[in-house]
Design a protein around this ligand. Structure first.
Ligand code: 6GU
Length: 236
């Protein structure tokens, strides 16, 4: 069974309290994953424990200094027995997170999430770790909007990855069904549960029919309609 290690580096460790909850909390309790959170500020010096500075070349905002990042990442690498490390640097300028990428990362042995704030991290941090043969560096974005920092993007990315790890989901069949309705492709049909009537609204009759072929066709049609509405291409 896989046991993936996650090391998170941030100036706001408290952002990660929700990792104790629900699916991810259970996965850690069950020993399927291992999460460690590191405070970047511990690698900063001086009275102010500063982790940022003004950008070379001018411009608005602050840039995170390479020195504390280098120390924090080196320390995490030194504390890991993994042969290959995936270093994920969260930035709106990164490659977009997709289901396919989450699937790929769910096979990793060791994931390090570097949560940048302000105008991001000095780019030499990306460049330096790209030169190490045992580190795969990825700059990752979760969508076309700007967040205050990489912490929430890390939570999103981790949840997408962790639910794909064998043993994490109670009902792995939901993964098989999803593979036929990936978010990048065809979206899922609408779902209903009891009661059959709610605030005057009925559950579509076909779902009460017990006719599995009819239900399957109805669901496929609904999924295609929803997908078309979003302006996406239907498969085949
Ligand atoms: Cl990874 N970081 C920030 N700051 N904003 C984002 C993002 C990441 N992904 C989308 N927007």
């Amino acid at each position: 069974m896989s046991n993936i290690s996650f090391d998170l580096i941030t100036i706001f460790p408290d952002y990660f309290a929700p990792l104790k909850l629900s699916l991810i909390g259970k996965a850690e309790e069950n020993g399927l994953i291992d999460i460690r959170i590191h405070d970047l500020r511990e690698q900063a010096h001086g009275v102010h424990k500063s982790v940022d500075d003004t950008p070379y070349g001018g411009g608005a905002g602050m840039v995170m200094s390479p020195e504390p990042w280098g120390k924090a990442i080196d320390q995490v690498l030194a504390g890991s027995a993994a042969a290959i490390h995936d270093l994920i640097i969260l930035t709106p300028a990164g490659e977009k997170l997709t289901q396919k990428l989450a699937e790929e990362l769910s096979h990793s042995e060791h994931l390090i999430f570097a949560c940048g704030r302000y105008e991001g991290i000095d780019f030499r941090v990306t460049e330096y770790y790209q030169t190490l043969p045992n580190v795969r560096v990825r700059e990752l974005s979760i969508g076309d909007y700007v967040l205050g920092g990489g912490e929430v993007a890390t939570l999103v990315t981790m949840e997408a990855i962790i639910r794909l790890i064998p043993g994490v989901l109670g009902n792995p069949e939901s993964l098989t069904e999803e593979s036929h309705s990936l978010p990048d492709d065809v979206v899922e049909y609408p779902n209903f549960t009891k009661p059959a009537t709610w605030r005057g609204l009925e559950v579509p009759e076909v779902l009460l029919s017990g006719n599995h072929a009819l239900i399957k066709a109805w669901r496929a049609d609904q999924a295609a309609q929803r997908t078309a509405k979003l302006g996406r291409l239907t498969r085949e």
